[in-house]
Design a protein around this ligand. Sequence first.
Ligand SMILES: Cc1cc2nc3c(=O)[nH]c(=O)nc-3n(C[C@H](O)[C@H](O)[C@H](O)COP(=O)(O)OP(=O)(O)OC[C@H]3O[C@@H](n4cnc5c(N)ncnc54)[C@H](O)[C@@H]3O)c2cc1C
Length: 202
Amino acid sequence: MATIFCEKRRPQMASVRPHVMPMPCKDEEATGQIIRESIGMTEADIPTKVLEVIFDAGQTDDQEIGDAEFIVSGGRGLLDKQNFKLIRELADELGGVVGSSRSAVDAGWIDVEHQVGQTGKTVRPKIYIACGISGAIQHLVGMQDADLVIAINRDPEAPIFEVADIGIVGDLFEIVPAITESIRRAKAANGHQACVLKPVQG
Ligand SMILES: Cc1cc2nc3c(=O)[nH]c(=O)nc-3n(C[C@H](O)[C@H](O)[C@H](O)COP(=O)(O)OP(=O)(O)OC[C@H]3O[C@@H](n4cnc5c(N)ncnc54)[C@H](O)[C@@H]3O)c2cc1C
């Protein structure tokens, strides 16, 4: 989204956000020289110390969205905080986690830890289901590299459909519970084994 030129100064350094690129396979043949430098510091020279790590009480997912294989995300189309229940139910059935657009975070419907996008997290799940999310560029940069994107939006012109592998035009308040219910039924018929989602051809 930005081009930065650093033509005149050396050394140069670049950093990349987690999950922006796929994890390469380990190269067993790779060689290199490890140089261990001594910096001559003792613990007493460090003025700060981590005493305890306290997790945010509002964080309800055990799994961090950056590491999740299945993400169900909700946006402003949910209309209200309590409607995130629909998103969580579907995420739970899939064994996934809840994501969100920034608008949902800004509205105070969900914690910022769930935000996907430019100022949120970059994610690369196997399946990303966007519910009531328009697909602003700032959202797309965070999720467009998912293996499979499913978008549910009542506006057929919504930009999210440009990156979706499967697009469902319709009301999320009907479609999301219907998908959750059909997964529940499939699991029950399958002795509560995890079911596999397969894209429908055609
Ligand atoms: C500097 C900057 C950084 C930003 N960073 C981020 C970021 O990290 N992540 C991010 O997400 N955004 C980010 N944004 C905001 C971004 O530009 C958008 O405003 C935001 O993504 C829109 O969120 P939304 O899609 O939930 O809401 P909207 O754009 O309002 O879209 C809501 C969608 O819901 C659909 N809808 C409504 N009702 C229903 C229904 N019943 N059924 C189905 N569909 C329905 C509508 O058709 C619409 O497409 C950033 C913006 C700026 C300027």
